[in-house]
Structures are given as structure tokens and as C-alpha cells.
Design a protein around this ligand. Structure first.
Ligand code: DX5
Ligand code: ZN
Length: 223
């Protein structure tokens, strides 16, 4: 099975994002942006201006994970900034269907994200309207946390549901993915793996990505 590693800039040096992109772009096809608003999660990172500033530097797929309240209010700015894929949290708005529909209408890929405490069934009504599901395997807000094992049961239940519906949507897992946990995450049915500290916390990010891929026993897939 083809897998995809998505390095998260959250664990890169915030003063050198451009060099972080350059360090991994020969090895992966996608980069993960953790946008945090200090409300939906207790941490604050960056917004569309940073994404727009990096856009001309690379052809990597920009995978934007919005950990912000009422994302529908600012989707357009992330789309204009150059996001290729945008995930919104089902907990962040009563209008998640409207939000994913707006992303799709703009010609971008839409994802629905669920926190560890949210039943994965929350995304079931959206499966026909989205391009991927982002299952949080830690409580969002910070890099470097340990994967919460119960979240992998949700990944399994989701993969079963997708199979029952005849769908092959990617399941992205995010948080605590390292050489030890990636195998279990893949066995549960995940095929896209966000990795922050396991990549940018390593001395050699390219080596770290290869090690993750080897540990998962897969090859990088194509978009
Ligand atoms: C957590 C973020 C993750 C985070 C993962 O709120 O959504 O993308 O960067 O970091 P690691 O891989 O260090 O758990
Ligand atoms: Zn993330």
C-alpha cells in the first residue's frame, strides 16, 4: 500500500521555514501547516500571510490544518494564499458541511478533522463531500506529544466504514507519529502520516522521513 509522509512545519525552526521546505522537498510531495488561533487550541502559530510568503518557494502540496474557530469565515484567505488542501475541524463550527463545500467549490481538496475526544462517526455524514479525513492522534495544540492509542480504534472503524461504502478516501493521522507508532497507525488503516518532531526534530530530516517510511513498510504515494 502506498503511504504518504507529511512533515509538519510546527516542529521546524520558526525563523527558517524556507530552508525547512528545501530540506525535505526532494523526499516528499506534501508539507503540513498547523494553523492555530489561540482559541480552538491553546497555542498560536501563523496564518495565511506565512503560507502566501512560502508559496513561491516550492511546488510541494500545501496541506493546511486549520485549528481555528469558525474556519468558514477565513477559508478564502487560505485559498488565496495558496493552500492545496484544507482540513477543518468538525468541533470548530456548526457549519462544517458548508465549510468543506466552500473548499471544494474553490477547486481545493477538503478534509474533515476530528479530535481524540470526538466520535469518528461525526465525519460519516461528510464522507461523500470530502477528499480526506484527518484523525487527530493527540489533542491538538502542540508537537511532541505521545499518540493516544484509543484514536487508532477510530481509524480502524473509519476504514471499515469507508470500505463498506466503497470509498477509498485517504485517512491522515496527526500527532505522535514516529518510527514506533507508524506501523500500528498504518495497520489500523491510515495511509497519510503527519510527522513533526520525528522529522524536524531529527538531525537529518531526509533520513528521518526514510526511516519512517521503512518502519511503516511502504513507499511514498503519488497525489
Ligand atoms: C498538533 C498538530 C500536529 C503536530 C504533530 O496540534 O496538529 O501536526 O505538529 O507533531 P508531532 O509529530 O511532533 O506529534
Ligand atoms: Zn496538524
Amino acid at each position: 500500500m502506498a503511504i504518504r509522509i507529511a512533515p509538519s512545519l510546527l516542529s521546524a525552526d520558526f525563523g527558517c521555514f524556507r530552508s525547512a521546505l528545501q530540506a525535505v522537498e526532494a523526499e516528499v510531495d506534501i508539507i503540513h501547516f498547523d494553523v492555530m488561533d489561540g482559541h480552538f487550541v491553546p497555542n498560536l502559530t501563523f496564518g495565511p500571510a506565512l503560507i502566501a510568503a512560502l508559496r513561491p518557494s516550492t511546488e510541494l502540496i500545501f496541506d493546511v490544518h486549520l485549528m481555528i474557530e469558525r474556519p468558514e469565515a477565513s477559508l478564502e484567505r487560505y485559498i488565496e494564499a495558496g493552500a492545496d488542501r484544507i482540513a477543518v475541524h468538525v468541533e470548530a463550527t456548526p457549519h462544517v458541511h458548508r465549510a468543506v463545500t466552500a473548499i471544494k467549490r474553490a477547486g481545493k481538496l477538503a478534509g474533515a478533522a476530528v479530535n481524540p475526544g470526538t466520535p469518528v462517526e461525526a465525519v460519516f455524514p461528510l464522507l461523500g463531500d470530502i477528499d480526506y479525513v484527518l484523525v487527530m492522534t493527540v489533542n491538538p495544540g502542540f508537537g511532541g506529544q505521545a499518540l493516544i492509542p484509543s484514536t487508532l480504534k477510530k481509524v480502524r472503524a473509519l476504514r471499515e466504514r469507508l470500505s463498506a461504502e466503497g470509498r477509498t478516501l485517504p485517512i491522515m493521522v496527526d500527532g505522535g507519529i514516529d518510527r514506533t507508532t507508524i506501523r500500528a497507525a498504518k495497520a489500523s488503516g491510515a495511509d497519510e502520516f503527519v510527522a513533526g518532531s520525528a522529522v524536524f526534530g531529527a538531525e537529518d530530516p531526509v533520513h528521518a522521513i526514510r526511516a519512517l517510511r521503512a518502519a511503516a513498510g511502504g513507499v511514498q504515494g503519488n497525489p
